[in-house]
Design a binder for this molecule. Structure first.
Ligand code: PMV
Length: 333
């Protein structure tokens, strides 16, 4: 195990990947399935044990936000909210500390790319923290327990979330995810022929999930019918993925996009990118995640990939070059 002993203290580093939602966003919050692939945007958590004490302190160095937060563990366990820059880290510590007695000061450092394009850095940091504490404290949690612990922490911070991004961070690869039936199914697929385009707009997932919830309150039956259609497309897309039928996957992505439009989560800049990708010969394109900005992706046969990239740039998008199917949570040397 990659645990370094430094005097009386020990240090463990773990990393977890970000994610690209492929199919099923929003519907997955309401018990429908989704498809997600882990992307090679890794967030690292370094955890270190200090001296044994009756009153342990928790110190968080969040390098992306360039802040240090230090508080007694008793405050971590009772706080109503946490400072925004360390909210996911502290929620993860709390979920662990509620189950296992911490008897030493604890220092956590997190780092990752300066920009994360809305591709799952919060869930990745939460999973990396839980994974490194698991090793540091010798807790012997299974991947499933790490998922449950990190998902609970994400819910503490975010209120409403499906956990698909947490699953991608723990297991990596490409997953069919259906929490209502307790399915987290790894799919044996190769690197996906996708181009990811960033719209330039930043998004609050919480606000968009809230907007869709409000729409559903006004039209419960219609919106549930849309969610059922998204679920059926996701099911078809799972089969298309396994057969590596990119033309079919593209067609299905267009249909899913139409349904996302009907939920009101598309934007002009995302739509420009989606139409530009189609015009450049992509098999299909759709937004990825909550919508309202962040990223879209296009599926294209290999010979068309470069033309699709050029079209997305010309339409005002930024190409995000990240491998899909990335490995999940792991300990680092
Ligand atoms: O905005 P993102 O990339 O975090 O994706 C959110 C996806 C939703 O389905 C809208 C919410 C969720 O928790 O599944």
């Amino acid at each position: 195990m990659q645990v370094t002993e430094t005097g009386s203290s020990m240090r463990v580093t773990a990393s977890a990947p970000g994610k690209l939602m492929l199919f099923g966003e929003h519907a997955v919050v309401y018990g429908r399935p989704c498809l997600v692939t882990a992307v090679d945007l890794r967030i690292f958590a370094v955890t270190e044990n200090g001296s044994r004490t009756d009153t342990p302190y928790v110190t968080v160095h969040a390098s992306v936000a360039d802040t240090v937060i230090r508080m007694p563990l008793t405050d971590v366990l009772t706080a109503e909210t946490y400072p925004r820059e360390a909210a996911f880290v502290l929620a993860a510590v709390r979920r662990i500390a509620e189950r296992f007695r911490l008897e030493r000061d604890l220092t956590l450092r997190t780092h990752g790319p300066q920009r994360s394009f809305g591709l799952g850095s919060s869930s990745a940091v939460t999973v990396a923290v839980v994974g490194s504490l698991n090793a540091l404290l010798g807790l012997d949690l299974s991947p499933r327990e790490i998922f449950q612990t990190a998902y609970a922490a994400v819910l503490d911070v975010q209120g409403k979330a499906s956990g698909f991004d947490v699953a991608a961070a723990v297991y990596g690869g490409t997953l069919y995810y259906d929490l209502s039936r307790e399915i987290i199914e790894p799919l044996a697929v190769p690197e996906l022929p996708v181009v990811i385009g960033f719209s330039g707009e930043k998004v609050s997932t919480v606000n968009l999930v809230g907007a869709v919830a409000a729409l559903r309150d006004r039209h419960p039956e219609r919106i549930d019918t849309i969610f059922d259609l998204i679920a059926a497309l996701t099911q078809d897309a799972r089969d298309a993925l396994l057969r590596q039928d990119w033309a079919l996957l593209g067609e299905l992505s267009q249909m899913n996009q139409g349904l996302l439009d009907s939920l009101g989560v598309n934007t002009l800049s995302l739509a420009r990118l989606i139409f530009a990708a189609q015009a450049a010969g992509a098999c299909g394109a759709k937004l990825s995640g909550a919508g309202g900005g962040d990223c879209m992706f296009a599926i294209a046969d290999a010979p068309k990939l470069e033309a699709v990239r050029a079209a997305l740039r010309a339409a005002g998008g930024e190409i995000v070059t990240l491998a899909t199917n990335a490995p999940g949570l792991r300990l680092e040397p």
